[in-house]
Design a protein around this ligand. Structure first.
Ligand SMILES: Nc1ncnc2c1ncn2[C@@H]1O[C@H](COP(=O)(O)OP(=O)(O)OP(=O)(O)O)[C@@H](O)[C@H]1O
Length: 334
């Protein structure tokens, strides 16, 4: 497939298309709570073959939610999100074929790419996990084992977090994905493993025309990695532009640039809260039942954490803090 530097023409097929996306987490009854305001709104994005898109935003901005929607884990109207021209929620072959891969921080993995998950903390060897996936190109498998520096004799219930993470990433990348959704999974990796992985992923885009969306808070070694940057705040798209353009408008490093955006956002939020307080309104926007709602938060009963429409684990709550909603990076990893 042709090399793509991040530029595109209209004649090229869009690989990821998000159009006027609206999403509200359902309550425990499976429906959006009455009077709820969408968590994600005004969000449109188009990515092409070869794009490496960095998804940035503060904690709770909606990055994981967007990635999970793209990965077919939450139901949205089929026309709002298309991956390879299909709706990931409705067309499960997108994921089962390996064309679409979501890799998140949870210690689980669709080992057989057949819609079921097994824990990656079992008493099992790395070799058994990795070689247990059928239909894999041996050359690709060997390359991944090398890139991630995996010792096949590792027993997964005994290794470190970083070593287990390497096996998980390897499993996820075994099939030559067309679209990869990475939800900050490199936090446990050492500098070398992370750098080698990023290099491998770049090659996947340049040589095979794969498309990657990577949500992260770690900007080390990313300066020249992305082709595109997308910035989300409060579930809304703030900015989407090619990396070249970002470099044109900001003379700061990538990390400092993103930091300046988040700082501005936080200052504006603080000002808004001050204004609300001065007007006698509750300082914070209210949340209940997995969604933002209009109404008095003081009246909100227990806040229910719900994992969305698709089957999946319940996000953990911190003991004694059941009344809080947590974004994924703030939830204790299981
Ligand atoms: N399962 C859920 N049910 C209800 N609301 C949720 C659920 N998961 C997340 N939320 C809400 O959605 C908001 C966005 O969460 P999300 O995990 O998408 O943010 P994020 O940008 O990935 O944050 P972080 O950088 O902390 O991982 C959260 O602040 C929370 O209020």
């Amino acid at each position: 497939m042709a090399v793509n530097s991040g530029t595109h023409s209209d004649s090229k097929q869009a690989i990821v298309v998000i159009k006027d996306l609206i999403f509200t987490y359902p309550g425990i009854d499976g429906h959006p709570p009455p009077a709820s305001a969408p968590l994600i709104q005004d969000f449109s994005l188009t990515l092409f073959s070869g794009h490496r898109c960095l998804l940035v935003g503060s904690n709770g901005a909606g990055k994981t939610t967007i990635l999970k929607i793209l990965g077919g884990k939450h139901l949205v109207e089929p026309h709002m999100v298309r991956v390879l021209g299909r709706s990931a929620f409705h067309d499960t072959t997108l994921v089962s074929s390996g064309d679409l891969c979501y890799l998140g921080g949870e210690w689980r993995r669709d080992v057989a790419f057949a819609g079921f998950e097994v824990p990656i903390q079992m008493d099992v060897s790395a070799e058994k996990m990795i070689f247990g996936v059928a239909g894999i190109d041996p050359q690709r498998r060997a390359e991944l084992i090398k890139v991630l520096d995996i010792d096949l004799s590792w027993r997964l219930h005994k290794v470190s977090d970083g070593q287990r993470r390497r096996v998980q990433i390897c499993m996820g990348l075994l099939k030559p994905f067309k679209v990869l959704l990475l939800d900050e999974i490199t936090v446990d990796l050492d500098v070398l493993a992370r750098a080698d992985l990023l290099r491998f992923l770049r090659k996947e885009c340049e040589e095979r025309g794969a498309t990657i969306i990577y949500a992260t808070h770690i900007f080390d070694g990313l300066e020249d990695w992305p082709t595109n940057i997308v910035y989300i705040a409060h579930g809304k798209l703030q900015l989407s532009m090619p990396m070249d353009k970002v470099k044109e408008i900001s003379k700061l490093s990538l990390m400092r640039t993103v930091e300046s955006w988040l700082r501005k956002e936080r200052d504006e939020d603080r000002n808004k809260r001050e204004e609300r307080k001065a007007a006698g309104l509750p300082e914070f926007e209210k949340q209940v039942d997995g969604s933002r709602v209009t109404g008095d938060p003081a009246r909100a009963a227990v806040r229910v954490i719900n994992n969305g429409w698709a089957a999946g684990r319940l996000n953990s709550t911190v003991a004694g803090e059941e009344n809080f909603l947590l974004s994924s990076n703030r939830v204790l990893r299981q």
